[in-house]
Ligand binder design. Structure first.
Ligand code: BGP
Length: 464
């Protein structure tokens, strides 16, 4: 790997900071939703708000040179009038200063799902005003932190929070409505373009991108029907984010298909032009698995998500579009995520060919139950998972793709959306029951050696 390659871990404000109402932070839509539903929440999470220095020091000691994290809008902007919360801003200055002290390059997400509840109450992403509010928030962040950050991203995973929040209904605000899904998707992609435009107009240093929950699509066979199903799946999973952010256009066949039965009058020509003119400098891809599909011509849409950690609960079947199927040859986690590193290699090559932008793998990891009371968690499965995915990146680089970083999800255990802290991803264990004690897992030490060798210690293998 190139010496400038970024190696690190990724987190999100809500999932690790805790301190949900400290220093004048206001409620986010996730605070509100989980409190109302009385579900396990991130009120304390990994208490990173108070332990960021220790966490960042451990990144450094683990050989890492970058940290991807998000800023919490409800910590930074107090109200709809857009007033700044200086205490929240001060917190992120301290985090950024710790990064710089330890030689860790910050890679910063503006929005990782914690919309201020005062905006959710006005309709959230269904309310067009929220796009301008996001632009204002982005400007406050660029102004406040512009001299300490050179890698910015607007949104983390529009596909994931929009589809889960408005179509599947398992995330806040909990709708199951295609029209609302389309409107939220449009507003988010427009807001992202406004964030890019504000960044360019302000002449801030560095680059700006977007992060996508990438599930490259494969088909069960080579028939024309399967190829059509694959295109539907790719539009649903990937293209409405990546084509829009990187090429400046929503996929026209997707828009035409949706327009048959839905209202698309919210798509305004002047705004589409803003989207066209403000594409991203780079793309961040979060990779957990691919989407394997076959045609689905009979039967109704069924979308269910596994939050229990009992295998077999997830279902993605979209009427007349596609059905997601399992490959019996591959293992899955207890949360139904197929382990398929080849998908990352194929996906990176495809994304690079299509978008010709520098790529970063901004999240990759495996969520499992673990006993963290032992001295050291021997997470060989995580080492093997990371090895094979870094190998996939190296294979893609060998074909000429410009890939500039790899971030483990996560640098330490944190809260998993709707799954709580039972589903662990960290390379450092956090004992949530026992004073939040941090203990590196075997994967932390392994990752350090891999980084020090610039990837030379990765077990290389071609995929079949
Ligand atoms: C991504 C999100 C992260 C993180 C990760 C693991 O979709 O960007 O925030 O949570 O997935 O997912 P989960 O916690 O649902 O297992």
């Amino acid at each position: 790997m190139d010496k400038d390659f970024l190696w690190g871990g990724a987190t999100a404000s809500y999932q690790c900071e805790g301190a949900w109402n400290v220093d004048d932070k206001v409620e986010s839509m996730w605070d509100h939703y989980l409190h109302e539903a009385n579900l396990e929440n991130g009120d304390i999470a990994s208490d990173h708000y108070h332990r960021y220095e220790e966490d960042i020091r451990m990144m450094k000691e683990g050989g890492q040179n970058s940290y991807r994290f998000s800023l919490a809008w409800p910590r930074i902007i107090k109200n709809k009038a857009g007033e700044r919360n200086e205490k929240g801003i001060e917190f992120y200055h301290k985090v950024l200063d710790a990064c710089h002290k330890y030689g860790i390059e910050p890679f910063v997400t503006l929005y990782h799902w914690d919309l201020p509840q005062y905006w959710e109450e006005t309709g959230g992403w269904l309310n067009h005003e929220v796009c301008a509010a996001f632009e204002h928030y982005a400007k406050v962040c660029y102004e406040s932190f512009g001299d300490k950050i050179t890698k910015w991203t607007t949104f983390n995973e529009p596909k994931w929070f929009v589809v889960n929040g408005y179509k599947i209904g398992n995330y806040p605000p909990g709708y199951q409505d295609t029209q609302k899904t389309m409107l939220a998707a449009y507003n988010v992609m427009y807001a992202s373009a406004l964030g890019v435009r504000a960044f360019r107009e302000g002449n801030y240093k560095g680059q700006i991108g977007i992060v996508h929950s990438y599930t490259p699509v494969n088909g069960v066979d080579d028939t024309i029907e399967t190829k059509i199903a694959m295109r539907y799946a790719d539009n649903y999973c990937n293209n409405w984010i990546l084509d829009t952010a990187a090429l400046g256009e929503f996929p026209i066949d997707l828009v035409a298909e949706l327009a048959k039965n839905h209202d698309i009058s919210f798509m305004q020509a002047d705004e589409l032009q803003i989207i066209k003119n403000n594409t991203v400098d780079f793309i961040g891809l979060n990779y957990y698995s691919r989407t394997l599909v076959k045609p689905y011509t009979e039967g109704e849409t069924q979308l269910t998500f596994n939050h229990s950690g009992k295998k077999g609960e997830s279902k993605v079947l979209i009427k007349n579009w596609f059905e997601q199927v399992k490959d019996p040859n591959n293992e899955t986690t207890e949360w139904d995520t197929e382990i398929y590193p080849k998908g990352l290699e194929d996906g990176l090559i495809e994304a690079y060919q299509r978008y010709q932008r520098p790529l970063y793998v901004t999240e990759n990891g495996i969520g499992v139950r673990e006993d963290v009371t032992v001295d050291r968690v021997n997470d060989d499965y995580r080492i093997s998972f990371m090895n094979d995915h870094i190998n996939a990146i190296m294979n893609a680089i060998d074909t000429g793709c410009d890939i500039r970083g790899y971030y483990a999800w996560a640098p330490f255990d944190l809260y998993s959306w709707k799954n709580g802290v039972e589903k662990r991803y960290g390379i450092v264990a956090v004992d949530f029951e026992n004073n939040q004690i941090r203990k590196p897992k075997a994967s932390y030490y392994w990752f350090k050696e891999i980084i020090e060798s610039q990837g030379a210690l990765i077990k290389r293998r071609p995929f079949n």
